[in-house]
Design a protein around this ligand. Structure first.
Ligand SMILES: [Fe+2]
Ligand SMILES: [Fe+2]
Length: 274
């Protein structure tokens, strides 16, 4: 695991950066997540570090790198989202605000066990999303603009790279018994629904803005493309997410997808000295 800072420029980004605009908008909606969840992840992991026995030296080191990676992801997505606001989608902010406040509330009111389990739930989702992006979406990604594509590829490849950190923190602090397992699964389901409720609203908003200037025929075609995409993603994600529900789930055993290492090497600070 390494910290990489690609320093990407989103000033010329097109909101419809993929051939199928509904696909681009669904990922644009997902981009609100790192902007708000990643500062929360860092805070939860810092709290976990405080109670984690120093004998788990490797995990302490992994948390430090994990937090630095998440900080870079957050910075890049905040810049990307700013480009979306400037392109005419400023209404996203109103949906993001209560989402951000939820994390403030979690940190204030919820137990460390809940927060660590929530972080692990998100990381499990991130790991599955990374594999989906690199393996299942070729037809949607073909011909996409480089800036947006590279943002997601770099971010998701690092999500895959650090997939085990929160899982190990959860297991080390709370064990691997039946209660720890059931609690992990329950909070995973909660996290998926919680995040999905906000990204779903942002996606609807983005597509509503686009459709406002469409003819009726264009609107119908857009609705149809959205339906096909949702069906396709649901079918592919089901199997990947089902694996997280298993008592034998172990993200460390998942094999990297083709192309992940290549993008990690591209932004390796050792390969690109300042
Ligand atoms: Fe991240
Ligand atoms: Fe992550």
């Amino acid at each position: 695991m390494k910290v990489r800072s690609p320093g990407m420029d989103f000033s010329k980004i097109r909101p419809h950066w993929a051939r199928i605009p509904e696909f681009a908008q669904s990922y644009n909606a997902f981009s609100i997540v790192p902007a708000h969840i990643e500062p929360y992840l860092m805070k939860v992991m810092r709290r976990a570090k405080d109670v984690l026995d120093p004998k788990h030296a490797r995990l302490h080191d992994d948390i430090a790198v994990f937090n630095k990676q998440e900080m870079e992801h957050c910075k890049h997505h905040v810049a990307f989202n700013r480009a979306l606001y400037e392109a005419g989608y400023e209404g996203m902010k109103a949906i993001e605000k209560p989402y951000q406040q939820d994390y403030v509330r979690f940190l204030k009111d919820k137990s460390l066990r809940f927060n660590v389990a929530y972080c692990e739930g998100f990381e499990a989702l991130g790991c599955a999303s990374a594999q989906a992006f690199f393996e299942d979406l070729d037809e949607y990604l073909a011909g996409a603009d480089g800036e947006a594509l590279d943002l997601w590829k770099w971010h998701l490849a690092e999500e895959f790279e650090h997939r085990e950190v929160c899982y190990q923190v959860y297991k080390t602090l709370y064990g691997n018994g039946p209660f720890a397992y059931l609690y992990r699964v329950a909070v995973f389901i909660y996290a998926v629904r919680h995040i999905g409720s906000y990204t779903g609203r942002v996606q609807k908003y983005l597509l509503d803005v686009d459709r406002a200037s469409m003819t009726e025929a264009e609107r119908q075609a857009s609705l149809e493309r959205e339906k096909v995409l949702a069906k396709r993603v649901a079918k592919k994600s089901f199997k990947r997410l089902l694996a997280v529900l298993s008592p034998f789930y172990d993200p460390g055993k998942r094999k990297p997808s083709p192309g992940m290492q290549e993008i990690l090497d591209r932004y390796d600070p050792a390969a690109n000295p300042a």
